[in-house]
Design a protein around this ligand. Structure first.
Ligand SMILES: Nc1ncnc2c1ncn2[C@@H]1O[C@H](COP(=O)(O)OP(=O)(O)O)[C@@H](O)[C@H]1O
Ligand SMILES: Cc1ncsc1CCOP(=O)(O)O
Ligand SMILES: [Mg+2]
Length: 275
């Protein structure tokens, strides 16, 4: 497993600049995604009007694409934006929500993958479909079977095979164990709490945090590892403060933690890579 240079994480927040992040995302979690970017010092612009994409691209620092709630317009927007990002080398994160559950999502996801975004992420079940592994997951959720030691091992192997074809792209599979792969490099992270899986948006949020760090000028590897660690340790802090008081209370406490965790400089000491 690659070592993580945790010391660099200490100095990342607060961000030195306020990167402007263009988000084309689902309308289920759009407000939470926008606020999460603000909580770590970025500036979101949520635009789904393709008429303004080209002028927006002249001022934004990164692009966040989320396959979320599909429609013909959303599909056209994601296709156009991913092509513009490829042509202009705009740092891009794509969240493969529901990849492979329908032909539309399969085709759209494959078209976006071909534009070589900096980070391709999804939960472990979505990422298993991307690398051609079976999954019993339904809808956009993750199957528990996809988080066992053997299934995590086979996903890492398959991700490395795909990553060899796209050496500039970081592949992230989230779950109880988060997997980050770039070429033949791999890190597994073991932070977070199961309550993070009990409400919608945590996958969307961590993808938006990755795009924010890309926009701040960090590379895809650092952006992925930092965002996963930061979000999950915010979840651990929220659990210690809000456990037993209901999922919605945990969710609110968790979102609050995203805005304050960076002020506790020793948070990086809680990062738990898995050897
Ligand atoms: N059971 C769990 N234990 C620890 N962390 C979790 C758990 N479930 C989800 N997470 C964390 O929540 C975030 C979202 O992951 P996941 O639920 O897999 O994405 P999605 O919401 O797209 O399905 C990730 O940072 C992941 O590490
Ligand atoms: C429920 C739902 N349906 C389409 S997008 C979405 C939200 C998914 O958010 P996350 O992947 O972060 O749980
Ligand atoms: Mg998701």
């Amino acid at each position: 497993m690659e070592k993580i240079d945790i010391k660099t994480f200490d100095s990342i927040l607060p961000l030195k600049n306020s990167p402007l992040i263009h988000c084309i995302t689902n309308d289920i979690t759009i407000e939470t995604v926008a606020n999460s970017i603000l909580y770590i010092g970025g500036k979101p612009i949520m635009s789904g009007d393709s008429r303004e994409f080209r002028s927006l691209f002249q001022t934004t620092d990164a692009l966040f694409l989320n396959m979320g709630r599909m429609s013909e317009t959303h599909e056209k927007n994601l296709k156009l934006a991913s092509q513009l990002a490829y042509q202009t080398k705009k740092p891009t994160v794509v969240d493969m929500v529901g990849y492979g559950i329908t032909q539309q999502r399969l085709d759209l996801g494959n078209e976006i993958i071909s534009t070589h975004p900096a980070i391709i992420k999804g939960n472990s079940s979505e990422m298993r479909r991307i690398v051609g592994l079976p999954t019993s997951a339904r809808g956009i959720d993750r199957s528990e079977q996809d988080n066992q030691d053997n299934t995590v091992f086979e996903l890492i192997h398959a991700l490395k095979m795909v990553a060899k074809q796209q050496p500039e792209t970081v592949f992230v599979a989230t779950g109880p164990i988060d997997i980050v792969v770039k070429g033949n490099q791999c890190v597994k992270l073991n932070n977070g709490v199961s309550l993070l899986d009990r409400f919608v948006g945590t996958g969307d949020i961590v993808g938006a945090l990755m795009a924010t760090l890309l926009g701040a000028g960090y590379d895809a590897w650092t952006s992925s590892l930092f965002s996963l660690s930061y979000l999950n340790i915010a979840g651990e802090q929220a659990f210690s403060k809000a456990k037993g008081h209901g999922i919605e209370n945990f969710r609110q406490t968790f979102l609050n933690e995203l805005s304050v965790l960076s002020s506790h400089k020793d948070w990086v000491n809680d990062i738990r890579p898995v050897s």
